[in-house]
Design a protein around this ligand. Structure first.
Ligand code: 5GP
Length: 187
């Protein structure tokens, strides 16, 4: 078993941008592709952003104990990290980066306390987070409200993680995250 880097944050805090930046910079890091039951957004491909599964197929995998962790992140949509995905990445000699929600991150951390690094990306404020989500243009008023409510709740868990990094400036947040990962992996 290898090491694991977990990046968690409320939706819209910038964790995906930070994760993608680091993966494109370091060949030794690989994006852990989660399974999810939500519909692909425009431009998303099965097996790239997610393994898009039907709810039935996802529940089958739960029954087979195929997940390290899974959550119903939003009402009706399941997301989960497959054991086979971590094994696939370790077999390549790389370290998986998990971009997952706060509850999922806590579950992974509990299972791998010594071999994981968990980083919480903090938005500068809930107001700013709301603005970012609005400008992304992917949310309906209902899903936006759900994400903003969930964000306030998730921020209250930030102290559970190994590192907290405020994303007020994306470049600085990327550099801070990079430094934490380098230290953890001994680069
Ligand atoms: P989105 O629908 O915007 O792609 O993702 C919604 C949320 O689900 C994000 O916070 C994302 O990090 C989280 N997520 C993605 N994959 C997983 C996973 O495998 N497990 C958990 N617990 N959350 C995930």
């Amino acid at each position: 078993m290898g090491k694991i880097v977990i990046i968690t944050a409320p939706s819209g805090a910038g964790k995906t941008s930070i994760t993608r930046y680091l993966i494109s910079k370091y060949d030794q890091l690989a994006f852990s592709i989660s399974a999810a039951t939500r519909k692909p957004r425009a431009g998303e491909k099965d097996g790239v952003e997610y393994y898009f599964l039907s709810t039935e197929a996802f529940k089958q995998k739960i029954a087979e104990q195929a997940f390290i962790e899974w959550e119903m992140v939003y009402q009706g949509s399941y997301y989960g990290t497959l054991k086979s995905e971590l094994e696939r990445i370790w077999a390549l000699g790389k370290t998986p980066m998990l971009d997952i929600d706060v509850k999922g991150a806590i579950h992974v951390q509990q299972q791998f306390p010594d071999s994981s690094l968990s980083i919480f990306i903090q938005p500068p404020s809930v107001e700013e987070l709301k603005k970012r989500l609005e400008s992304r243009g992917t949310e309906t008023p209902e899903t936006l409200a759900a994400r903003v409510n969930k964000a306030s709740y998730e921020i209250s868990f930030s102290h559970h993680f190994d590192k907290q990094i405020v994303n007020a400036d994306l470049e600085k947040a990327c550099a801070d995250t990079e430094a934490a990962i380098k230290e953890f992996l001994g680069w």
